[in-house]
Write a protein that binds this ligand. Structure first.
Ligand code: KIV
Ligand code: ZN
Length: 516
């Protein structure tokens, strides 16, 4: 039987980035976009071009490296937004403009202060303008979940006529229940017929985003918008990995549809997004949580040993997760290291491989046992460690039990090596204040977290900080990885500083605006 394709539209870089504390710099977005392409995502929503010059630039740069997935740029139904979206996609091999306007009575009356007729007119103008840049135009009825059916049909007819090719029905506030969502999509699919593809975009406020997306597919939706690890505004969006694995595992029910996702890339993609955003999925999160394939109770372990299917409905290997095996140690050679990287899905250039091997050897000198998770973190931090305005060269701290906590920090900046020392309320405070003094940028620490990457007393410490360097801009994330927590903290803080500096506009011609 010929199966219908369900297009996977990933919005990790746009809606996902709207998660509190998930802002990413351009280089990080490029790495994620390339991994999303490897995962087999059909459409990558790369950003909201009018939000800031940084967003605009990130979309442009993503277009330069992504050629198999379609790159999409979001725009409100506003002339300036659509022109910027079109310009941001100039270099794309495959492109889409996604424009939207709210259609629910509450949004039209209170937010837009527009009459329904004006909303339809604006939507039609937006789609027509978008079509002058590309023939692939998506239109979204924001807050469709609380919009009235007759009005939805009216506006969808009008935008199809204007040239929209995909019609997105977002449950913007996560209000719908699965059955209702299914009924709504069925009615709209029957109404629209072959004229356009129906898409859904479900938020997770009631924990129903994935269920709502699946019910929509069962009722005719052929595009699903989702994010890696379920990132997104408030409670997040529908998680890509859950939708794809539900459709695959229950192919008896989803027998007439398929996606093009390469499921073995799910776990590496999830790890990359977690490493870059600093937002770890909860341990019991379906598919990609740390415990998703862990069997703790004796009864379960016994069953698993007798027959894996007693307690497992999917195989960990299907999502690219192998056991967190003890793999390498200090005597392991370059060949073994390269083999392990390949098994974990990393393809590095010779130069990157040499650098990673050097870091691995340094780690293996300090840490007896190296696990897969150590290697993943090592590579992810290498990947995210791109252009550095400031680079940590050395750190010395004084034992705080002996008096006032102090730190001496050496940093390289513009080819110059600068050392300074300072005191603080605690050792970490002393390190951060000294970095502030050297760099001339004073940060306010909003969040500080330390986690062990793998197991053992000598586990790698991963420090994640959220720092605000400018009161007019949001906080930025920094990560540091080391066997020594203080060193990891200094690296994380400098990482945040570098990220902040890389996001500063070089020339500011686009007014920044509130996120959608
Ligand atoms: O949730 C929403 O309505 C959105 C739209 C911009 C599609 O993110
Ligand atoms: Zn959304």
């Amino acid at each position: 039987m010929m199966k219908d394709r369900v297009y996977i539209f990933d919005t990790t870089l746009r809606d996902g980035e709207q998660s509190p504390g998930a802002s990413m710099n351009t280089e990080e977005k490029i790495k994620i976009a390339m991994q999303l392409q490897k995962l087999g995502v059909d459409i990558i929503e790369a950003g909201f071009a009018a939000a800031s010059p940084g967003d605009f630039d990130a979309i442009r740069r993503i277009c330069e490296v992504v050629d198999k997935s379609r790159v999409c740029s979001l725009a409100r139904a506003v002339e300036k937004d659509i022109v910027l979206a079109g310009e941001s996609l100039e270099g794309a091999a495959l492109k889409r403009i996604h424009t939207f306007i709210a259609t629910s009575p509450i949004h039209m009356e209170h937010k837009l202060k527009m009459k329904p007729d004006e909303v339809v007119k604006r939507a039609v103008e937006a789609v027509k303008l978008a079509r002058t840049f590309t023939d692939d135009v998506e239109f979204s009825c924001e807050d469709a979940g609380r919009s009235e059916m007759p009005f939805l049909k009216e506006i969808l007819d009008a935008v199809i006529e204007a040239g929209a090719t995909t019609l997105n029905i977002p449950d913007t506030v996560g209000y719908r229940l699965p059955q209702e969502m299914g009924e709504m999509i069925k009615e709209l699919s029957l109404h629209v017929g072959e004229r356009a593809i129906i898409s859904v975009h479900c938020h997770n406020d009631l924990g129903l985003a994935v269920a709502n997306s699946l019910f929509s597919v069962m009722n005719g939706a052929r595009q699903v918008e989702c994010t890696i690890n379920g990132l997104g505004e408030r409670a997040g969006n529908a998680a890509l990995e859950e939708i794809v694995m539900a459709m695959k595992t229950r192919s008896d029910i989803f027998s007439n549809v398929e996606t093009a996702i390469i499921t073995k890339e799910i776990y590496p993609t999830s790890r990359l997004v977690a490493a870059i955003t600093g937002i770890e999925p909860q341990p019991n999160k379906a598919i990609v949580g740390k415990n998703a394939f862990a069997h703790e109770s004796g009864i379960h372990q016994d069953g698993m040993l007798k027959c894996q299917e007693t307690y497992e409905i999917m195989r960990a290997e299907d999502i690219g997760l192998e056991q967190n095996r003890l793999v390498l140690g200090k005597h392991s050679g370059r060949h073994a290291f390269k083999d392990r990287l390949e098994a974990l899905g990393f393809e590095l250039s010779q130069e990157d491989l040499d650098k990673a091997f050097e870091r691995f050897k340094k780690l293996a000198d300090k840490k007896k046992e190296i696990f897969d998770d150590d290697i993943r973190m090592l590579i992810a931090s290498e990947i995210t460690n791109i252009p550095q305005a400031f680079e940590l060269v050395g750190l010395q701290i004084a034992d705080c039990s002996a008096g006032v906590p102090s730190a001496a920090v050496t940093i390289r900046h513009n080819g110059e090596t600068i050392t300074d020392a300072g005191i603080g309320d605690g050792t970490i405070d002393a390190i951060f204040k000294t970095i502030d003094r050297i760099s001339g940028h004073v940060g306010v620490l909003k969040d500080y977290r330390v986690e062990a990457v793998s197991q053992g007393k000598d586990a790698l410490a991963k420090v994640v900080v959220n720092v605000q360097f400018d009161e007019n801009r949001g906080a930025v994330i920094g990560h540091g990885l080391s066997i020594d927590t203080m060193l990891a903290s200094a690296k994380a803080y400098i990482g945040a500083l570098n990220s902040y500096l890389s996001m500063l506009p070089s020339e500011c011609s686009i007014d920044s605006c509130e996120g959608v």
